[in-house]
Design a protein around this ligand. Sequence first.
Ligand code: ADP
Length: 214
Amino acid sequence: MKLVLFGPPGVGKGSQARFLSEREGAVHISTGVLLRRAIRSETELGMEAKEYVESGMLVPGPLVRALAEDAVRATGFKGFVLDGYPRTIEQAEWLDAFLRENESQLDTVISLQVPAEVIIDRLSKRRVDRETGENYHLDFKPPPADLPADRIIQRKDDMPEAILHRLRIYDRDTHPVQDWYRQRGMLQEIDGRGTFEEVYGRIVGAIPTHGSTP
Ligand code: ADP
């Protein structure tokens, strides 16, 4: 299975991509996770990306391109779920060329949609376990009571200023990527509202190769 899971920040694509990959034996590739890991380890890439990620801006394309392409290459082009890449038309073109050069192609692009007010609620109430990366929501999926409080953090880019910034950037730079894939007949739009299981069921139903070997 070779997929892009697409959608605005806070739509739930990270949790869905992670679960889907585990169930289907594919590799979950989240450029956001990879960038935050690089920042924590203070690699050269991490140092360059830090300011952009924490303020909710897009990291310069060439940095993310190398990160995403290395991660896809490492799967042997067998099975992956890309989450957070591509985020611009330029990145979509890079990915397309990269897969072609390697005689590979995406099965489909799944775009999750939810109304803006739901997104703002999800992001501002999101908390993260700094050790496992597990996401929580203060109302719907509160962190377990026995989890030490200092492990539960709020991402800097989940602060109100940065959320607005990310949504503006999404509208301007990332939303047009949907049209790019739609024009190529590769886009499937899915309603991202409802329970995790409901959304998961819709995603699985939209995967053309589902049921055959990945
Ligand atoms: P979300 O989808 O909730 O915004 P991510 O974890 O996917 O969160 O991304 C967090 C941040 O990482 C982005 O705001 C951006 O700074 C950076 N980032 C991730 N993917 C890309 C990308 N493809 N291009 C540029 N920046 C990226």
